[in-house]
Design a protein around this ligand. Structure first.
Ligand code: SF4
Length: 239
């Protein structure tokens, strides 16, 4: 049922924030690869140092100006105009829209594209979308990102991602205490394929943060991710 004056929204419509590319994936295991990005609108968390608040924070930004509802077929067509093999679906939180994204990912995969999803790891993958996803880059939020732990960390969901065998776990670390928190979580859940990266929005902060992370990462067997887009373009939107 729709409210008076509201247009009915088709279940296949994606709440889209932006499509951009070709650019370079800046983070995680696919860093450096040419990619196009689909950023969905809305998020189920509200992290204090979120670098894309315009995709979900409707107290600071206008939802009507920052997002549009687009049929799945049109989203896929827009992405297919970009000649990149890699398509990264990010947010906001894309897993809020699994059913809407399933036909988008199916179309992209059929066209030979590799679909990776960046998620905060609070909503488990389900059928429909999952079969078209090559990799989940799961980024659980540690305490320094704010909000209650039971909302940020969902152990059963993280275990479900790991069970797909198509997930890596990427953590933003800002202090030695964050590294301790991650080590405890990893030991509790047996997380494999862990990446860490600094919280940084300037090139100098990326380099300084990576230097600070290097030794503990080597000691713990974690991979270190740069933030290539920040090194190249700082916080320019759409790059
Ligand atoms: S989960 Fe990601 S998009 Fe959502 S508020 Fe946190 S950092 Fe921002």
């Amino acid at each position: 049922m729709t409210g008076r004056g509201l247009l009915p929204v088709a279940r296949t419509d994606v709440l889209l924030c932006e499509v951009f590319g070709p650019t370079l994936q800046g983070e995680g295991p696919s860093a450096g690869q040419i990619a196009s990005f689909l950023r969905t609108g809305d998020c189920n968390l509200a992290c204090t140092s979120c670098d894309t608040p315009y995709s979900w924070d409707w107290q600071r930004f206008s939802r009507a100006e920052q997002t549009r509802r687009v049929p799945a077929a049109d989203v896929a067509a827009e992405l297919l105009q970009h000649p990149t093999r890699l398509v990264v679906v990010t947010g906001g939180e894309p897993m809020l829209q699994q059913s809407q994204l399933a036909p988008v990912a199916a179309r992209l995969k059929k066209a030979g594209r590799r679909v990776e999803i960046e998620t905060n790891g609070t909503i488990a993958p389900a059928g429909g979308l999952d079969e078209h996803v090559a990799l989940y880059v799961v980024s659980p939020k540690l305490a320094h990102m704010g909000g209650p732990e039971h909302r940020r960390i969902r152990p059963e969901v993280l275990i479900a991602f790991q069970a797909t065998r198509r997930a890596v776990f990427k953590f933003v670390l800002d202090s030695p205490a964050d590294a301790e928190e991650l080590a405890t979580l990893q030991d509790q859940l047996g997380l494999e394929r862990v990446w860490v990266m600094p919280e940084a929005t300037t090139a100098a902060a990326v380099v300084g943060g990576m230097r600070a992370l290097a030794d503990v990462a080597i000691e713990r067997g974690w991979n270190v991710s740069s933030r290539l887009h920040v090194l190249l373009w700082e916080d320019e939107r759409g790059r």
